[in-house]
Design a protein around this ligand. Structure first.
Ligand code: SF4
Length: 434
């Protein structure tokens, strides 16, 4: 039995301090992971693990050989003039690259989950600018942490351990010198870690933009805070919030799903990023930075890979094997039914999309590449099992602070299941052979 220090791919924090005990075949013990991380390692032997390729025949999914599943996939792609590729945020950057190459080869449209998550912030930042930071810098320098619509305690379970309760080079007193502010309409689990110096702001639902506008105005005109407060937050708390925002040496705003998934997210994100830039222009001695809390462990990776090879970070449409100008996204493509088959990699859109879109997606031939069963795999026509990235296959991933982290293979996959990258290469090779 050998002990090894490995990286957890359970979420986008990619914790690098996990100890596993393994005989090379199985993982016997996982030390240091949170419950979510433990679940990731347990996926190796989970009941919902996909262990064999499946093809729908006469309405039922039947086990077939990998060669048959790949051949059927190639036939479907060949008969398609508008294939859609989607997902790619729980696979390595190498697999993301192959996904984009496949989309180029078959003149398809490819998008990642980022487009309905943190990609919204990245896209807005093209207009407003954005001040980013790293986990190491937060540990060493942060004195203010703001969870805005972010339930970090549950979505990225060890984030607060690392950035709030840790001591850093310039923060040797640790937790005592850091202020936590939570802004959320819901009293989430993250409110449970509040200390006496922290500020819990239970904002009225959908009123974040009103709060941001008041803060922006107050940054420019002193004493413009309404006497009655705003968005359910009283005047005194507003003043304390503003004092922290404009007085912090190193403040971080963690932008979570409460902002990203808001129905007014486009304006909300724009005004929030503008507030950050406004404070930073006026701030003499410190700055405010932003961390985007995407959940999937390599959501940021797709943006980097796509940007580096196509000059565009999402929603790539290929025509004549070249990137084409397009304003479509995965949502508009499905809405308009502008596709004739889909290849879904490592995600479950049938569960996550509104049912009108799910219905449209499942009405056309659907190929799934994934390691676990999901609502999408239940309606798929072809299912190709994949190795679990970060455990059964290695590769590069981008952490939530956009730092590249190398994942390594820890144990072999059962049934010689291939990695996502190998599956995509096999499909491409098959297409080129015919
Ligand atoms: S916080 Fe995320 S990366 Fe860290 S152990 Fe938990 S699931 Fe894994």
């Amino acid at each position: 039995m050998v002990s090894d220090r490995v990286i957890c791919s359970g979420c986008s924090l990619l914790c690098d301090d996990i100890i596993i005990k393994s005989d090379g075949l199985y993982i016997d013990e996982v030390i240091g992971a949170c419950l979510k991380g433990k679940e990731r390692f347990d996926q190796l032997t989970a009941k919902n693990r996909i262990l064999n390729p499946l093809i729908r025949k006469n309405g039922e999914l039947e086990e077939v050989s990998l060669d048959e599943a790949i051949e059927k996939t190639i036939n479907l792609i060949k008969n398609s003039s508008k294939p859609l590729l989607y997902g790619f945020s729980t696979v390595s950057c190498e697999a993301q690259l192959k996904g984009i190459e496949l989309a180029r080869t078959i003149n398809g449209f490819i998008d990642s989950n980022s487009i309905i998550c943190q990609g919204k912030i990245l896209n807005t930042s093209k207009e407003t600018g954005i001040t980013l930071t790293t986990i190491a810098e937060i540990i060493n320098k942060a004195d203010l942490l703001i969870l805005w619509g972010a339930n970090a305690a549950e979505s990225i379970p060890r984030l607060l351990n690392k950035v709030l309760f840790s001591r850093g080079k310039f923060r040797m007193t640790g937790r005592e010198i850091k202020t936590l502010i939570a802004i959320d309409p819901v009293k989430t689990a993250s409110f449970g870690v509040m200390g006496v110096r922290d500020i819990a702001l239970q904002i009225e639902s959908g009123k974040d933009i009103d709060l941001i506008r008041v803060l922006k105005e107050e940054c420019c005109v002193a004493d413009s805070i309404p006497k009655t407060g705003i968005a359910g937050i009283d005047k005194d708390d507003l003043k304390r919030l503003l004092l922290h925002l404009t007085g912090a040496e190193n403040g971080i705003i963690f932008i979570g799903q409460g902002i990203i998934s808001n129905e007014n997210s486009a304006n909300l994100i724009k005004e929030l990023l503008e507030l950050v830039q406004l404070i930073n222009v006026k701030q003499q001695k410190g700055r405010i930075s932003v961390i985007m809390l995407g959940g999937h462990f390599n959501m940021a990776g797709f943006d980097h890979v796509a940007l580096s090879i196509c000059g565009k970070n999402h929603s790539l449409l290929f025509e004549n094997n070249q990137l084409s100008e397009s304003t479509e996204t995965i949502i508009s493509k499905i809405e308009k039914e502008d596709f004739d088959c889909s290849i879904i990699v490592g995600t479950d859109p049938i569960s996550h999309l509104p049912w009108q879109l799910s219905n449209k997606l499942m009405a056309k031939p659907l190929i799934v590449i994934d390691n676990k069963r999901s609502a999408t795999s239940y309606v798929a026509d072809i299912i190709i099992p994949s190795a679990i990235t970060g455990i059964e296959s290695g590769g590069l991933a981008y952490r939530l602070d956009h730092i590249p982290i190398e994942l390594k293979k820890i144990v072999s996959s059962p049934n010689n299941i291939l990695s996502d990258e190998e599956i995509l290469i096999k499909i491409m090779n098959g297409l080129q052979e015919d």
